[in-house]
Design a protein around this ligand. Structure first.
Ligand SMILES: Cc1cc2nc3c(=O)[nH]c(=O)nc-3n(C[C@H](O)[C@H](O)[C@H](O)COP(=O)(O)OP(=O)(O)OC[C@H]3O[C@@H](n4cnc5c(N)ncnc54)[C@H](O)[C@@H]3O)c2cc1C
Length: 433
């Protein structure tokens, strides 16, 4: 009989791998998580807003002890041009009540804490170890080869949670090479500011309440870019993510983009006087539903960013990672009952994912990446029209309101044409419906 070191080997101790490890360890499965960083979280970057629900289902009330920054009571969306902002969003006292919707977090602290819980549940976490290859015998994944001497580990099943570059999923032919139109590069700074300054600037009454601002619009000159500002306890996370294809086409440097972004007249006052504490860069898989690969093969399942599970419209990734890790682990438990880790048996994971909010949400936006590639003006001309129209309506200059509305309608007709406007609205409704 082939040697077996563990029942399951999980590659990567981010949210996906840790969630899978937690479920398996709780079920008394002999599980190892291999992490290349010096500790879980040491290599991880996120904006980051962490949604409670997926982890709370596994670990009820975790938020009462986890190292979190602020719970978010207001989420804003800004459309910006060089000199203006159109702002919308939601602030609610319902978000200010336990168990809360989401929190700002630092992944280095949060992942470390999560890993501790997973270890307490019984999983073994092996840090500073890189998985180099899957071990495949007779077409079935039976383990992983690590960079340690005698570092081959054999198991019933490997769960890949190795992030956006997932070497494992690629080497097994599940994932194609990443193309620059399917991945964004995000650069982010953490800017230190006193708690009371953050409270005043963002309009919250104490250091446990937080605000997020997502920012897009004509300012980014037709690039698929999204800026963000999130409040932590005594710092602000600020960053810009841009599709790599646009960075190449527009010949921009992501760092320069962030530096310029920080000088925007509506943004500079929010970070004025702050001190940069940390600078981070990371890739985000943004290919959407059609970029999600087949999620299993013989003895193998793929989860989280490794499976391209990010909902960029709603800035959700860590919760999708946790949900997928959880469902992969549950699939393993069912497969173990049958003693069958074949692709057929593990295909139950794909079904579970199709039935979960993860793939349902991604499916809803499946046509969006293509639509935005095809109709770039949706990111520029329409937001510019909204910003200019709002400015004109609010600017008291002696022109009557009916004349202002008439001018907006004339611009709509001239810039888009009513027929094209109707077509765009219909396309949006149909493709997002
Ligand atoms: C700038 C930025 C902002 C974001 N903001 C948000 C947000 O606000 N909210 C949100 O929900 N999501 C956000 N995301 C997305 C979110 O970070 C990811 O979706 C989530 O981290 C995916 O978790 P994961 O466990 O799949 O992968 P990761 O968190 O990337 O973890 C992968 C782990 O695998 C390890 N690893 C990789 N290769 C190997 C190997 N060969 N051997 C051993 N270990 C390996 C890595 O060191 C890492 O620890 C953001 C992402 C970025 C980059």
């Amino acid at each position: 009989m082939r040697k077996k070191d563990f029942d399951v080997v999980i590659v990567g101790a981010g949210p996906a791998g840790l969630a899978a490890g937690y479920v398996l360890a709780k079920a008394k499965v002999n599980v190892a998580i291999i992490e290349r960083g010096t500790f879980p979280g040491s290599k991880n970057v996120m904006g980051g807003i962490f949604y409670r629900k997926a982890l709370d289902d596994l670990m009820p009330d975790f938020y009462k002890e986890a190292p979190l920054e602020r719970h978010i009571i207001e989420q804003k969306l800004w459309l910006i041009s060089e000199d203006s902002v159109f702002s919308t969003g939601i602030r609610s006292e319902k978000f200010n009540k336990e168990p809360y919707n989401c929190f700002s977090v630092f992944r280095a602290k949060f992942d470390k804490w999560f890993a501790q819980k997973v270890q307490e549940a019984g999983a073994l976490i092996i840090n500073e170890t890189v998985v180099k290859d899957p071990i495949v015998e007779n077409g079935k994944v039976v383990g992983v080869r690590t960079d340690r001497p005698d570092g081959d580990l054999y198991c019933d099943c490997v769960i890949a949670a190795d992030g956006v570059n997932s070497f494992l999923a690629k080497s097994l032919g599940l994932r194609e090479k990443i193309t620059p139109n399917k991945v964004a590069i995000a650069v982010k700074e953490i800017i230190g500011l006193p708690e009371n300054v953050i409270n005043d600037r963002f309009g919250v009454s104490n250091d446990s309440e937080g605000v997020t601002i997502e920012i897009t619009g004509p300012y980014f000159e037709g690039m698929e870019s999204m800026g963000f500002i999130y409040t932590n306890k005594n710092s602000v996370s600020i960053g810009v993510g841009t599709i790599i294809e646009d960075i190449i086409e527009h010949k921009v440097n992501p760092n320069d983009l962030l530096e310029k972004f920080k000088t925007h007249p509506a943004i500079a006052p929010l970070i004025a006087g702050g001190e940069t504490k940390e600078y981070l860069a990371h890739m985000i898989p943004e290919g959407g539903y059609y970029a999600v690969p087949k999620l299993y093969t013989d003895g193998f399942m793929v989860t989280g960013d490794a499976a391209m599970l990010v909902n960029s419209v709603h800035r959700e990734g860590s919760n999708l990672a946790i949900e997928s890790g959880k469902l992969a682990a549950r699939t393993y438990l069912e497969a173990r009952e049958k003693g069958d880790f074949s692709a057929k048996s593990l295909s139950a994971y794909q079904t579970k994912m199709e039935e979960s909010f993860v793939l349902k949400d991604l499916k809803m936006y499946r046509n969006l990446p293509h639509l935005l590639e095809e109709k770039r003006y949706l990111l520029t001309k329409y937001p510019q029209l909204i910003i200019d129209s709002m400015y004109n309506i609010y600017n008291v200059d002696g022109v009557s309101k009916p004349d202002k509305i008439k001018a907006i309608k004339e611009r709509l007709k001239k810039d888009f044409g009513y027929w094209n406007l109707a077509k765009d609205m219909f396309t949006l409704w149909r493709k997002l419906g």
